[in-house]
Design a protein around this ligand. Sequence first.
Ligand code: MN3
Length: 209
Amino acid sequence: MSAKAAGPFTLPKLPWDDAALDPVISARTIQLHHGKHHKAYIDKTNELVAGTPLADKALDEVVRAADKAKDQKLFNNAAQAWNHAFFWNCLQPGAGKPKGDIARRLDSDLGGHDAFTKAFANAAVECFGSGWAWLVDRSGKLEIVATSNAATPLTQNVTPLLTLDVWEHAYYLDYQNKRPEYVEAVIAKLLNWEFAAKQLASSRQRKAA
Ligand code: MN3
């Protein structure tokens, strides 16, 4: 039993059961990844913002403020807290294919769904050390980017649509050193295109407002 961390941020509930992504991602990986790793980032963020004006801000604002202030410790923990909350929504058991507007955008901006799969997998596999692969909307154009460690597109002028965690803690229990197998399986079986489509639609609404 650990003491309840003071602070405004709580570990978000997963959108599915721990075992729902098995065999692509095991329940044991999810339990450790969410219950230990993600929780640790939240607890540390709470500890670092306690008693400061940032304790009243939304998590994405804390991430941007820490980045601006070059507070690396707070940035690492808050960004990882945000990245993981976003990541869980990007995974869905039995995920389908992109449809409608986002499918058309994949065609026009990235050369189609198959080309996306190759480029996204490449970004995830080639990301050196720990990091994330992202599909983002940059000024109305889809783009694939990779970020190192805790770095997040939240600090850039883009809208994140999908992400894949390629830190070793995301796959080592299930795939050991075989990151390409993890990446390929998640892209083929778990990417939540409905969530990505919603992110894209809300980004457009914000721009139109
Ligand atoms: Mn992780």
